[in-house]
Design a binder for this molecule. Structure first.
Ligand SMILES: Nc1nc2c(ncn2[C@@H]2O[C@H](COP(=O)(O)OP(=O)(O)OP(=O)(O)O)[C@@H](O)[C@H]2O)c(=O)[nH]1
Ligand SMILES: [Mg+2]
Length: 415
């Protein structure tokens, strides 16, 4: 079993900004606030898809961003809420935060998991009007969506295993078909342990395994032995690679089959594709003779000229479609989640210099249009309500102390 892992950045959609506008109509005597709320930003949602077996497609999407909500409009109209961004993932995908804590796991087809939430829309000045301030001069900005790096992990079983004598070109074929970085050389036993590669065939993916070479009496320990054949146990299809320049290809084929049977006779029943490689080195007459010898379908390939590799790729996909995946028992693991971040956190930089951060403050700050004095005044009131002034005082702040609120700096005023 191999572990396919990938890190990606996700950003939920930003909420739309609230609108600040006033009603001005010919026959309406008193104008009033008229600005609507912003719409919600889209979520990023993972959806379990039984047709996928690898995380390979994620290599092409390093950063997933959901759509922003629409801004609020005049006449009290709410901005449009954004559609969620739905991303298909294979069953068994485990999603974690960067620190390793679990976000969730997708186990069944159609199961969904929100991995980044879109931000709430900001309120327009209609919603913000109160008894005390019936015509607010400001509106809220939309909240930013969740933004983080997440890790996807999938325990991958190879769908296809490449077997054959040493130096027939197994690694060369696997490297040409997939993203595997497997060692290729002209001496036997170049590949010492199974290597996994992900194949992208159209919009689908599957996993292939490059295996070490087998030789006669491998079951008695010759060469690298046969223990690595345990990796073949769950492969749904084998590609049996033969060197086209070999003098005794059929004998070699049967020798490999014998070694397989020594590991487990059931392996002989597995669906297989016979590939005669190094086709660039043999002429038509030899090909005809080889076809006659094998009396079965064979595919001539070349890792050098890439001959028939596309055919092989889709032939394997076709076979995989016909053979169902057997249920894999997932090992359970217990995760602990990090405690939620505090609402207000005060850090003392020096005697009269403080930094204020925290979850609730961050939300308020991001909602505030810092270019609007009225909006800033409101933020100041909200901060007081959260106990920020009190906490600063407790930490020794006196009139004129510097307070950093994210990227905004102000002076502390004692009350
Ligand atoms: N001419 C030609 N040479 C090839 C082809 N495929 C592989 N070779 C060469 O054959 C040699 C062995 O290739 P590998 O891919 O390492 O063979 P392998 O089957 O993985 O060998 P082991 O890992 O030792 O079992 C290398 O020198 C390759 O360049 C082919 O299609 N045509
Ligand atoms: Mg190899």
């Amino acid at each position: 079993m191999f572990v396919d892992q990938i890190k990606i950045e996700v950003t939920g959609g930003r909420g739309g900004n609230g609108m600040c506008s006033y009603r001005r109509e010919k026959y309406v005597e008193f104008g009033g606030p008229w600005g609507g709320n912003g719409g919600k930003g889209g979520d990023i949602v993972f959806l379990g898809d039984s047709g996928m077996t690898t995380l390979y497609p994620f290599r092409f999407m390093r950063h997933i961003k959901a759509k922003s909500g629409g801004d609020g409009m005049s006449k009290g109209k709410t901005g449009r809420s954004s559609d969620d961004t739905i991303i298909k993932v294979p069953l068994g995908t485990i999603v974690k935060y960067e620190n390793g804590d679990l976000i969730g796991e997708i186990k069944t087809p159609g199961e969904t998991l929100i991995v980044a939430r879109g931000g709430k829309g900001g309120r327009g000045n209609i919603s913000l009007s109160t008894h005390k301030n019936p015509t607010p001069d400001y509106a809220e900005k939309g909240d930013p969506g969740d933004h983080m790096i997440i890790e996807l992990e999938l325990k991958v079983l190879a769908d296809v295993g490449f077997i054959g004598f040493p130096s027939v070109g197994k690694s060369s074929l696997v490297a040409s078909l997939s993203n595997a970085k497997t060692k290729i050389a002209d001496y036997p036993f170049t590949t010492l342990s199974p290597q996994l590669g992900m194949v992208l065939a159209g919009e689908e993916t599957y996993a292939i395994a490059d295996l070490p070479g087998l030789i006669e009496e491998a079951h008695l320990g010759a060469g690298l032995g046969i223990q690595f054949l345990k990796h073949l146990a769950r492969c749904r299809v084998f590609v049996h690679v033969i060197d086209g320049t070999d003098e005794t290809p059929l004998e070699k084929y049967e020798k490999i089959r014998f070694e397989l049977s020594q590991y487990d006779p059931k392996l002989l029943e597995r669906e297989e594709v016979i590939v005669i490689n190094k086709s660039d080195m043999i002429d038509e007459k030899t090909k005809k003779a080889l076809k006659m010898t094998f009396k079965k379908d064979v595919l001539f390939t070349s890792a050098i000229t890439q001959d028939a590799l596309l055919t092989l790729k889709f032939l394997l996909l076709d076979k995989l479609h016909q053979i169902p995946v057997t249920e894999e028992v997932q090992t359970k693991k217990v995760y602990t989640l990090e405690p939620l971040e505090e609402d207000v956190v005060i850090t003392k930089v020096n005697d009269q210099h403080f930094k204020v951060t925290g979850k609730a403050l961050y939300e308020l700050y991001m909602r505030t249009d810092m270019s609007n004095d009225e909006a800033i005044k409101r933020l100041t009131r909200q901060m007081r309500a959260l106990g920020v002034d009190e906490l600063l005082k407790k930490n020794g702040a006196t009139d004129g102390a510097t307070v950093e609120l994210f990227d905004f700096v102000f002076e502390y005023v004692e009350r």
